[in-house]
Design a protein around this ligand. Sequence first.
Ligand code: ADP
Ligand code: MG
Length: 393
Amino acid sequence: MKMMEIKNLFKIFGDNPERGLKLLNEGYSKAEVLEEANLTIGVNDVSFDINSQEIFVIMGLSGSGKSTLLRCLNRLNEPTAGEIKLEGENLLELDQEELRQLRRDKFGMVFQNFALFPHKTVLENAEFGLEVQQTDKSKREIKAREALEKVGLAGWEDQYPEQLSGGMQQRVGLARALAVDPDILLMDEPFSALDPLIKKEMQDKLLELYYQLDKTIIFITHDLDEALKLGDRIAIMNDGEVVQLGTPEEILTNAKNDYVREFVQDVNRSRILTAEDIMTEPVELVYEQDGPHTALHKMRRNQISSIFAVKDKRKLRGIVKIEDVVTAINQGEEDLSALIKEVPTVGPEENIDELFAQMANLDIPLPVLDEQGRLLGILIKSNVLANLAGKRV
Ligand code: ADP
Ligand code: MG
């Protein structure tokens, strides 16, 4: 279901913004409009829908128009042109009083700089939105305490913001937004100022809350990793325009232009795990000339039920299984090479999803070979699974 519909939205800063619209229409760029008319393009012809109860991420470099777009959604920035509908209702037709009500009841905002009142306690800060709603004191306190509990701040009610770490201050910011139980949370780089570890904690907390509560979240970041982790869909902005909108998968696998590709390249390098990243060194190997007794000894010593066999320069021959070795020894067989079985193999660049599919029905480790057929390492199912579980995309 659609929560918001945004159509051909423009925001132009400066005197006579209509002139900017005209210039854009004639094909002028953001830089040219500034040069020609001294007007700054904040948002340039943006159209998209926001689904009910999704996390919609807006991403882009600094100055790309993210905050301006977000602030247009509740008319903190007055759009220059376009259409914004909230559950079918045209927001641009609301008068000031209706608008105030809407901001107060439907939207919760969380900011990068926390925007807490330094002389109010944690509880008073969390109550602020309710105070604006003119909720009565006792009810206000109950709701604010509930919200603080949700974000993990029960027990901190009487402290002042400066007594709290950055992460905890932002939890207060989040509690203040949640206390009024808004349908939509607008979050403008809420975690950008936090240390990486705290940032991760807050992202996890937000996801946990998101799964518990029925909220639509519009979340701004300049960090693609954060966008991929949180976003159901991601809109990427450049110079006021949405240059690509898609699921994390689509953004990662199908970047539409160089601007998006730049972001994605950084991430791909670190994020998409390949065989090489997760392979391990086999505890021991056998050589053809080793013979069945040595093979058995090596397997017993390491408590493994199969062992990879290699030739010179670690070129893989195949695998030897303990039951075959035992049978061969019982029959007085001295030649190991007859016991070596072929195995499926993969290259070092194979990505983790492919690997998992290949290993699903395999009861032995999967060897990783270079182009010359040399054994680089082996993949153990539990390792692949653990790594697969650690990522969301
Ligand atoms: P982001 O949040 O992506 O960093 P902003 O939305 O803050 O980007 O800014 C987009 C563009 O609009 C920038 O060129 C910025 O300088 C300009 N801008 C933002 N707010 C104002 C304002 N109040 N007056 C004039 N220009 C503004
Ligand atoms: Mg901004």
